[in-house]
Design a binder for this molecule. Structure first.
Ligand code: BTN
Length: 327
């Protein structure tokens, strides 16, 4: 979608009828330009109804991101500086570029649309306008990247607090980086580092959350997908969700910076969907390692109790699933 289509979408986001003439007048463009905007919105998967004499309306209203609304939900002394953009390749990629140019800690970028969203292990992160929340934050640490190994699990704690508060109390974490709900993936975290092993360093923390059920996401993602609105049973305002996440992140990053992951470990383990359960770890070569998930180490490694003893598994290329045998 181009800028014009996004402007048209903002004009329609309340779900009320708006005539083509009114939209064109408000945006200072022709009715033809509005028509192209409507066409692009429909092509992006947002159904637009057209009724003679009344105009256009979205079949389902969307809460579009608004930096002022997010800021108004944050405390006055927040560490975050919030930016919203319509479209970017990847919010992580953009904040890595900004970090390299010297951007200060606390920068937040949320995007309505990513054209090259990145997931873990080189995967694509699929998102849809209005249905997902995709954002990244830049945080600078005095520590080196070596000491930040547990950061992604710490961020998981913040993610879990925020989605539970937003209406999904049954959400859980799945080592290393997912939030899951009733067997489906609700959200993912991708952390990309910039800096030295010994410090200082910068982390770009990217989070993607499925907010609204969107069959087109389910169709392209290989695993079951969950969404926040189905759990909450009502519309979730993405601006409030983002503000809640930012507050949780600020608290958790503060604890992590001062005390490391150890101070958050108990909470993480309490939220881990497979804590003390039998799991199978699938290695890149296709082999399986089975054992009981006993928790996470200071460095974020999964502690797996196997027949041969306790094994510390680093996230790398493995994937985790429920074990075939009972624990
Ligand atoms: C995963 O589960 O594989 C991690 C997904 C992370 C997706 C988010 S969306 C915002 C940020 N920008 C990206 O390109 N990726 C992360």
């Amino acid at each position: 979608m181009n800028t014009m289509a996004f402007q048209t979408l903002r004009a329609l986001s309340d779900g009320a009828f708006h005539s083509g003439e009114d939209i064109a007048g408000a945006l200072g463009v022709t009715r033809g330009a509005v028509w192209y905007g409507i066409r692009d919105i429909s092509a992006a998967g947002l159904a637009v109804e057209k009724v003679r004499g009344r105009g256009y309306r979205l079949q389902v209203p969307v809460s579009l991101l608004d930096a002022d609304v997010v800021r108004s939900d944050l405390p006055a002394n927040t560490a975050w500086r919030v930016e919203i953009c319509n479209r970017v390749d990847s919010t992580n990629a953009e904040l890595l570029r900004r970090a390299a140019q010297g951007a200060a800690s606390g920068l937040v970028l949320a995007a309505e649309m990513q054209t090259a969203g990145r997931g873990r292990r080189g995967r694509v992160w699929h998102s849809r306008i209005g249905s997902t929340l995709t954002f990244s934050v830049l945080w600078r640490f005095a520590q080196g990247t070596r000491e930040l190994a547990g950061l992604s699990l710490a961020v998981g704690v913040a993610l879990l607090r925020a989605v539970q508060a937003a209406g999904a109390p049954d959400a859980r974490l799945k080592w290393p980086n997912d939030a899951v709900l009733r067997g489906g993936k609700l959200a993912g975290i991708l952390i990309e580092m910039h800096g030295d092993l010994l410090g200082p360093s910068a982390a770009v923390i990217g989070i993607g959350i499925n907010v609204r059920r969107d069959p087109r996401i389910g169709a392209v993602v290989e695993q079951p997908v969950a969404d926040l609105e189905s759990a909450a049973g009502s519309c979730v305002d993405r601006n409030r969700l983002l503000a809640g996440l930012l507050q949780a992140l600020e608290e958790v990053i503060g604890i992590f910076s001062a005390q490391g992951f150890t101070a958050l470990r108990e909470e993480w383990q309490g939220g881990h969907v497979y804590q003390d359960c039998r799991v199978d770890l699938l290695r890149p070569d296709g082999s399986l390692l089975s054992g009981i998930a006993r928790g996470a180490g200071e460095d974020g490694a999964l502690q797996l109790e196997t027949a041969g003893g306790l094994v510390h598994v680093h996230s790398g290329e493995v994937s985790l699933r429920a074990g075939q045998a009972a624990a």
